[in-house]
Design a binder for this molecule. Structure first.
Ligand SMILES: [Zn+2]
Ligand SMILES: [Zn+2]
Length: 178
């Protein structure tokens, strides 16, 4: 199975309004939207859990954790689908105010700068992955080994802040899409 990886990193906060996680440290929210053949996965977690801090990065270690975010949370490693479903990864992106804390420009004429984040509020990361599958897959969510502080993932089918359908844990991390 050949998979396509288009990973796009957005360094602005335009999409911050899309983050609707209730933001409880130790938990992640997972939205699964399946309409054959399209599968869309949205994961929201706290910066505290995903990179270990929740304000602008200060030490070299903190800067590295942010820079390597997309490697640590590579969608092809993070979520495994069963081969029978023949899922193909199509697109992924990660969105967070945290990325604005790295040096960036808003336009070519702009001066490079970094924003201060996390002074007044918590900071989330949102990961969105798109797949095409021949049938509804079984997903193995492999985040617990990467981020030991996460104890559970609340799975939603309707909206990311809607009713919880099932709770995944380290021991029970399989989710059958329906
Ligand atoms: Zn800026
Ligand atoms: Zn927080």
């Amino acid at each position: 199975m050949k998979q396509v990886l288009f990973f796009l990193l957005l360094s602005n906060s335009v999409f911050a309004a899309e983050l609707h996680g209730p933001h409880t440290h130790g938990e992640m929210e997972l939205l699964v939207q399946w309409q054959a053949p399209n599968l869309e996965i949205t994961l929201v977690g706290s910066a505290h859990d995903l990179i270990g801090y929740e304000r602008d990065p200060r030490s070299a270690k903190e800067k590295k954790a942010l820079r390597k975010f997309d490697q640590k949370y590579d969608p092809l490693e993070l979520i495994k689908t069963n081969p029978e479903s023949k899922c193909e990864f199509m697109q992924g992106r990660s969105v967070s105010d945290m990325f604005s804390a790295t040096s960036h420009k808003h336009s070519l004429l702009d001066k490079a700068h970094a924003h201060i984040v996390g002074l007044k509020d918590h900071v989330d990361f949102m990961l969105k992955f798109k797949y095409e599958c021949q049938s509804a897959p079984e997903m193995n969510i492999n985040i617990f080994s990467r981020t030991p502080s996460i104890k559970k993932i609340n799975v939603h089918n309707d909206m990311i802040d809607g009713p919880i359908e099932i709770v995944l844990t380290r021991k029970n991390n399989l989710y059958l899409v329906q």
